[in-house]
Write a protein that binds this ligand. Structure first.
Ligand SMILES: [Zn+2]
Length: 139
């Protein structure tokens, strides 16, 4: 096996976990292996974000081009936000994004294990999240 193919690089960094998870699930949907690091620390205290250099989205270097073109060609998230197609059923806000449910946050140990072994054994369930009231719902 060519060792270069297994090289892991930081693809993007984020200041907030919601955004990071949205990009991550987008890559996973397209079968690009990736994982977040430093996520829990920042979720607990956003002030650590700067010190840690943000939440890192890691991918294999061999997938870099694929991941980049994927993000370039699809701007669903921005479209959803700008056109305001999706409305929160609770507070009627249009400030809604599609992302993994925060109700199933992984524990620190799980994150540690997946970090150590470079695997992501869980598929996150995507739901719509309202930034206005924090409501999570399916369309
Ligand atoms: Zn709402």
């Amino acid at each position: 096996m060519n060792p270069d193919e297994e090289k892991i690089i930081v693809f993007m960094t984020f200041d907030n976990p919601v955004e990071a998870n949205i990009i991550k699930s987008k890559l996973e949907t397209n079968d690009i292996d990736c994982f977040l690091s430093d996520e829990n620390i920042i979720s607990i205290n956003p002030l650590y974000s700067n010190a840690m250099g943000g939440i890192k989205l890691n991918i294999f270097e061999k997938n870099l081009v694929e991941a980049q073109s994927l993000l370039n060609e699809s701007n669903e998230l921005e479209v959803d936000k700008e056109s305001g197609k999706i409305q929160c059923p609770k507070c009627s806000s249009y400030n809604v994004v599609l992302g993994p449910s925060s109700k199933k946050r992984y524990g620190f140990f799980t994150m540690l294990v997946s970090f150590l072994f470079f695997v992501h054994p869980f598929k996150t369930r995507n739901v719509y999240c309202c930034f206005n009231c924090g409501n999570e719902f399916n369309k």
